[in-house]
Unconditional design. Structure first.
Lengths: 290, 307
């Protein structure tokens, strides 16, 4: 571009016009280069990136059914509770607990797949050429994951509430709610943390099977190992809560947390969620996309 | 336009791209030619910001790709037509791209028509697409934002002859309207037919670049007789650099008159005598990349082109 005259001309209104004059390049048989023939478009707004990422979580059969499974499993859990539970003793807490277990599996998987499906299907090639700011794409995915977690919990707990009301209609007793808004908030928080852990592992591994297995190792295998270690080692028994995220996160589901519990939750979240999130983000930002 | 300035990229001790510089100009179709593993795809990935340049710089429309505010509206990219979510429909894939660029939905239907995917095909999931249909969809995605520059990696792969013809006309039209087209290929004939400028790469290095006319000018003359070896020997005796290829054909580095004269003087009946344009690029390609070729280049390598 330095060897031949730049032929983009600007008219008085400042709009670049079509390139003119090919004489400069005639000697080599080439047209003279123009740097730019049109004004640059506006930057892709984050809102658009976020909407597209949200849409991508629903627009395949697998994605759709994964989301639908929130409704389906919470309905199944509610119906089973209604059918097999002792109806006179059923409270909202029973339903919330029954719904909690499928949610604690599905939501983290959603968190994992929000990231890894791009890599397993190699759609990153398109995603990151349309939005080269990879951190914006990741931020959109993270936000959507948390939104889906919150919405999913609202739906699931709503289905449970419906089950509780139906129970009271059947038994004729008043519906017993038994859990406070704070308890519900704790359950939602516990699930959001699970999703974040899944999301972070997704970033770290960028492979669906590896990240999903990783999540269940953290959730199902580590507590057992930690317990075994605690049985053999007094120091670990006293201090495991500062290292094992499961200890304090599981408390969120059904207990009142003390100040120390919250502190342990914070510390273990830094260790198990924030740290892998940062490392994974760095890996994604720097990695070569193929 | 695209400017590549002394780009180098290494993976450990392996140098994938070694000091590559070239420019793809507006209004021209630039063919990026090289054997498998020559560094074409790596260069193109660096071009669109998917791979970090180790050394050097690439600018598209005067900016680094990552600095383009809404790249899809300025640069259409197709690197791998198979890199799509198998569970999405063709229409959905275009819709996602259109939404990312903030384009109206009507643009999706326009584009489906432009790349000749029927509404029925568009509503099928991509896992059921042939490679040719995926290429059409990928080209549709690249063209969706009405870009000024097209970067296409092996776009002709999997297209049927009619599809290749269609793509050629499409890219020609795009360049004639002032757009910049960079397309890579190992399909020599395809590049020769469509490209205005050529960049030939082998082993990560540029081995030749220039306009097609410039590069083909040195291709010489193709002459044929019943005994190619004897003909080549006769031409060499007359001081013409010549080598037999196949089927009695000889590639000679001299003009038609001189070659014909030399054959006549040697008393050899010539069955064919013409400018070696058809064989030229392939000959050049094989010769230039001979050192980096996986397969040993023998004199029969030009069989297809000479026939």
């Amino acid at each position: 571009m330095s060897t031949t005259a730049t032929t983009t001309t600007t008219d008085p209104t400042g709009t670049p016009t079509e390139p003119t004059g090919t004489a400069a390049g005639a000697a080599t048989g080439r047209r003279a280069p123009a740097v730019r023939t049109r004004p640059a478009p506006a930057r892709t707004p984050f809102r658009r990136v976020q909407y597209v990422e949200l849409r991508k979580m629903f627009d395949t059969r697998s994605g759709f059914w994964l989301m639908a499974s929130i409704v389906i499993t919470s309905t199944v859990a509610t119906v089973i509770t209604l059918l097999v539970g002792d109806r006179d003793d059923l409270t909202y807490e029973s339903f919330a607990a029954a719904i909690g277990s499928p949610m604690s599996v599905i939501l983290p998987v959603i968190g994992v797949l929000a990231v890894t499906s791009e890599w397993s299907q190699r759609t990153t090639l398109t995603t990151f050429t349309l939005v080269p700011g990879r951190s914006r794409v990741l931020a959109a995915k993270l936000l959507n994951t948390l939104l889906i977690g919150a919405a999913g919990m609202v739906v699931a707990l709503g289905v449970g509430a419906l089950g509780n009301l139906i129970t009271s209609l059947i038994t004729g007793n008043d519906a017993v709610w038994g859990i406070s808004v704070a308890d519900v908030a704790q359950i939602v928080l516990a699930n959001e943390l699970g999703m974040l852990l899944g999301f972070a592992l997704g970033l770290l591994f960028r492979s669906s099977p590896a990240a999903i297995v990783g999540y269940f190792v953290v959730n199902l295998v580590l507590p057992g190992l930690s317990g075994a270690l605690a049985a053999a080692q007094d120091w670990w028994a006293d201090n495991a809560g500062w290292f094992d995220i499961n200890e304090s996160r599981f408390l969120l589901f059904d207990s009142h947390l003390t100040g120390q519990d919250w502190a342990q939750l914070g510390v273990t979240s830094l260790l198990w969620i924030v740290l892998p999130l940062l490392v994974g983000t760095r890996l994604v930002l720097r990695s070569e996309v193929k | 336009m695209i400017t590549v300035e002394s780009l180098s990229k290494s993976y450990g001790s392996f140098t994938a791209v070694d000091d590559v510089s070239f420019t793809a100009l507006p209004g021209r179709v630039t063919g990026f030619l090289g054997p498998n593993g020559a560094g074409k795809s790596t260069t193109m990935r660096v071009m669109v910001g998917l791979t970090d340049p180790g050394h050097g710089e690439i600018r598209v429309l005067g900016r680094r790709f990552a600095e383009l505010p809404d790249p899809g509206r300025e640069v259409g990219v197709l690197l791998d037509a198979s890199a799509q979510h198998a569970g999405r429909t063709g229409r959905e894939i275009l819709t996602i791209a259109a939404l990312t660029m903030g384009l109206p939905r009507t643009r999706v239907d326009e584009m489906l028509e432009r790349v000749s995917l029927t509404p029925d095909e568009a509503s099928r999931r991509v896992r059921n697409y042939s490679l040719g249909m995926r290429q059409r969809l990928g080209i549709g995605t690249a063209l969706l934002g009405n870009p000024e520059v097209l970067i296409l990696d092996e776009p002709a792969n999997g297209l049927d002859p009619a599809g290749i013809r269609w793509m050629r006309d499409l890219l020609r039209g795009f360049a004639d309207e002032g757009g910049t087209v960079l397309l890579s290929s190992h399909l020599l004939h395809e590049i020769e037919v469509i490209a205005d400028d050529l960049v030939v790469i082998g082993n990560g290095r540029i081995v030749a670049q220039g306009t097609k006319e410039e590069l083909l000018a040195g291709a010489g003359t193709l002459v044929r007789s019943t005994d190619g070896t004897a003909l080549a020997a006769a031409l060499q005796a007359a001081g013409i650099t010549a080598r037999p290829t196949s089927g009695g054909a000889v590639l000679a580095e001299a003009d038609l008159a001189r070659v014909g004269q030399a054959a006549f003087a040697a008393g050899i009946a010539v069955t064919e005598l013409r400018a070696a344009d058809g064989a030229g690029l392939e000959e050049m390609f094989l010769a230039l990349t001979a050192e980096s070729q996986r397969d040993t280049v023998t004199t029969t390598a030009t069989q297809g082109a000479a026939a």
